[in-house]
Ligand binder design. Structure first.
Ligand SMILES: Cc1cc2nc3c(=O)[nH]c(=O)nc-3n(C[C@H](O)[C@H](O)[C@H](O)COP(=O)(O)OP(=O)(O)OC[C@H]3O[C@@H](n4cnc5c(N)ncnc54)[C@H](O)[C@@H]3O)c2cc1C
Ligand code: FES
Length: 509
């Protein structure tokens, strides 16, 4: 995201601030030259780090200090206060760090410090070559972590996409709405891969895996040997077998190319039908409304998002979209699309020069299945994210892992989870034996309203609402047998972070 062009915040920290202004665990944002700097006090120590998250520029001063880390209020990235390292995705780049001096009850910020190299050393003999199948969230985060952890062996990324890894969540939000420039979409510039010795091969579809000879075969007949393999093949949109569903103005959305195609159609479209009132469907609806396109959402459920967020939040989401002009056709489906006319099952018709189908995704399991890996509505993995075949790991939308928080084997389709799993799998391919214990997190953005969700509750027997949902200031707790399994919130970021910490502590106890 773009750097904030606003004036630097708060006091000039090179002139010093009174120590008394910072209570223990307290935070204060000031500036050094043009840069916003966050001061954090932990007991007798004071840390000075960049005040903005390196993911989407979130204000770290509005986040939460936990031990020697600070967590971002927006999407729960976590930074090491000593080194600036982005310890938890979705941020991948460090924040800057400054030296601090304490003198006569004052804190003075001095020079910017060198960014220290990562501190973890691979244990045992490192594998010669790691092959990653995929070019999405989990795959990219794994490759980046391998290099951050100073892995010196070969890293080959095989992706059947024609684009280098992109910030997929942006494809239904700012980039689709037209408010984010093209440069924001790739996770890294093309030069990153060569500079970091990552052999990224695009349009490289892996057709099969030979777990015995430790080789993958590509669709073009070539083969690549591996010592460790990470499967991160993600998911693909469900396509409806609709009469007329194969016309060029009917789209699904997963890839950069899908998004570009929708954007191109949106240049001239006046009326759109979105099939599905899921996260992606409604984010697309919001982005198309930002382009002033008339939007009709058709979906079989009674309330949007009720299954995940409950009835109250479902009603809120519906009202929010209606305020922005979206017209819902709920408890209905599209029966056929005939040119620019969508016929509803209920009998009506809707004019549509653009149709976006967002009715869920299916994990891409063909390779895992062919390789004989154990499947369980996804690829079954151990707490270390290893599949049933030694040396083959899986992460992201395809992986079903033992979640210590819910006590269940779960599979989710969340960006942050995929990235964090990619990072853990990377470390485990280097023999670090790290269990994946992160509390699941996702966010969804509708117009200027973010909904954050921590934890995992497929079902619940109690839903408590704190605050006021229509006032966009609320926290919902999804409980089973009195235990909070998940928390959804709007503009209650610190409470959401605290709920995450509480879930971590509960699982560790
Ligand atoms: C438009 C959109 C918006 C989203 N917004 C959010 C959001 O706001 N918040 C959130 O939490 N989640 C969001 N998600 C979900 C999130 O993007 C996914 O959970 C995440 O991308 C999963 O990461 P992954 O690495 O498992 O799969 P992906 O990111 O899908 O990557 C899979 C990769 O594998 C490649 N591949 C698959 N099969 C093969 C093969 N045989 N050979 C070679 N390559 C192969 C694909 O080309 C792709 O590069 C969104 C998803 C979409 C589509
Ligand atoms: S802006 Fe900080 S995690 Fe997204």
């Amino acid at each position: 995201m773009a750097e904030d062009q606003a004036k630097p915040s708060g006091p000039d920290l090179t002139q010093g601030v009174a120590l008394a202004e910072l209570g223990d665990g307290g935070m204060l944002v000031g500036h050094v030259g043009d840069e916003d700097v966050l001061l954090v006090r932990r007991g007798t120590e004071i840390f000075a780090v960049g005040a903005h998250c390196t993911h989407y520029h979130g204000p770290l001063g509005d986040g939460l200090v936990v031990g020697d880390t600070v967590r971002c209020p927006w999407h729960h990235a976590c930074f090491d206060l000593r080194t600036g390292e982005a310890l938890r995705a979705p941020a991948l780049s460090p924040v800057a760090c400054w030296s601090v001096e304490q003198r006569q009850g004052k804190v003075v910020v001095r020079a910017k410090r060198e960014q220290p190299a990562a501190r973890r050393k691979p244990s045992g003999k490192a594998p010669d070559r790691i092959v990653i199948v995929g070019g999405g969230a989990a795959a990219f985060a794994a490759a980046e972590m391998l290099r951050r952890d100073q892995y010196q062996g070969g890293v080959v990324m095989l992706s059947d996409d024609d684009a280098a890894p992109v910030d997929r969540p942006n494809l239904s939000k700012d980039y689709l709405a037209g408010s984010a420039p093209e440069e924001w979409v790739p996770l890294r510039p093309d030069s990153f891969y060569a500079e970091n010795g990552i052999d990224l091969r695009l349009n490289a579809k892996v057709a099969s895996i030979d777990a015995r000879s430790r080789e993958v075969a590509l669709a073009d007949g070539s083969r690549v040997a591996y010592d460790r393999l990470l499967l991160a093949t993600g998911a693909e949109p469900v396509r409806l077998p609709l009469p007329g569903g194969d016309q060029p103005h009917v789209h699904t959305l997963r890839t950069f190319a899908d998004c570009r195609a929708i954007r191109a159609r949106a240049e001239t479209a006046r009326r759109a039908v979105v099939i599905g009132a899921s996260f992606i469907g409604l984010e697309v609806a919001a982005s198309l409304r930002a382009r002033n396109i008339e939007v009709h959402v058709v979906a079989p459920e009674r309330r949007p998002m009720e299954r995940v967020l409950g009835p109250q939040m479902g009603d809120f989401v519906r009202a929010l979209h209606e305020e922005h002009g979206v017209v819902f056709h709920l408890e209905d489906t599209v029966a056929a699309i005939d040119g620019a006319r969508a016929t509803l099952k209920s009998g009506g018709t809707l004019a549509a020069d653009l149709v976006v189908v967002g009715v869920g995704v299916r994990p891409r399991l063909a390779l895992a299945e062919q390789a004989g890996l154990r499947l369980d509505r996804g690829v079954a993995v151990s707490p270390l994210l290893e599949t049933s075949a030694p040396g083959i790991y899986a992460a992201g939308d395809i992986a079903r892992w033992p979640d210590p928080h819910s006590g269940e084997n779960i599979r989710v389709e969340h960006w942050v989870v995929a990235e964090r799993q990619g990072q853990t799998a990377a470390r485990n391919m280097l023999g670090q034996g790290e269990k994946f214990t992160a509390v699941p997190f996702f966010w969804s953005q509708h117009y200027d309203i973010p909904i954050n969700y921590v934890g995992h509750a497929e079902t619940w027997d109690e839903l408590s609402v704190e605050g006021d949902i229509p006032a966009k200031d609320c926290l919902l707790r999804f409980k089973r047998k009195g235990r909070t399994l998940a928390v959804a919130s709007i503009f209650r970021d610190v409470e959401s972070l605290k709920a995450e910490v509480a879930m971590e502590q509960e699982a560790a106890a």
